[in-house]
Design a protein around this ligand. Structure first.
Ligand code: MG
Length: 202
């Protein structure tokens, strides 16, 4: 399986990163070795500025290529929440030099995920609230109504370039409020106020 991540998909986050709001989706990949589920996260020694990016995650349920936007909703069946961990110091250096971001984004355990639920559980996928608390304090709040590119647009766009396969995950972008995590922090992410992810930073 593979993990596809969408960058700059909330205007306020693009702004806080001093990036332009994109006119077409920006995406990058994380390998399977980046997945982390029900385990502690160990702060990597190659960064001094590890940032959390809480994101709604789609689970692909059907293989597809060149998927039309109007049929894209048939290609995912579950929704969850994850953290797109980013070594911001490394990413900044890569950006300055115009180099790829993998070092900063695709390292081992850089994609913790929580539980998934069927998408039918939601009355509207275009109005899902989600949140990240750290040590009990609210750090990021988002709502899918603020997505620049919808779930369907993302699936359609990415599948023009890369075949989607059952079990692939798509991280759909983070809202504003990204900041540093530290050893000892406890991260809790929720969807519609239901806790879906618990993560200890060691
Ligand atoms: Mg992200």
């Amino acid at each position: 399986m593979k993990i596809i991540c969408i960058g700059r998909n909330y205007a306020e986050h693009a702004k806080e990163m001093k990036s332009d709001v994109p006119t077409e989706p920006v995406f990058f990949l994380k390998p399977e070795t980046a997945l982390l589920k029900d385990k502690d996260f160990y702060y990597p020694e190659f960064t001094k500025d590890l940032h959390h990016e809480v994101e709604i995650v789609l689970k692909i349920s059907k293989n597809g290529k060149h998927i039309a936007e109007e049929f894209a909703s048939q290609y995912y069946n579950e929704i969850g929440i994850g953290i797109d961990f980013t070594a911001r110091d490394l990413q900044m250096k890569c950006k300055e030099k115009g180099l790829p971001w993998e070092k900063a984004k695709a390292f081992d355990s850089a994609a913790p995920i929580g539980d998934f639920v069927p998408k039918e559980n939601f009355t509207s996928l275009k109005n899902i609230s989600f949140q990240l608390n750290i040590n009990g304090n609210q750090r990021q709040v988002g709502n899918t109504k603020d997505l620049i590119f919808s779930f369907e647009k993302i699936i359609s766009y990415v599948s023009q370039f890369i075949t989607l396969k059952t079990g692939d995950l798509i991280f759909t972008g983070t809202p504003e409020g990204v900041s540093a995590v530290n050893i000892g922090d406890v991260l809790e992410a929720s969807i519609e106020n239901k806790k879906m992810l618990h993560l200890n930073i060691k």
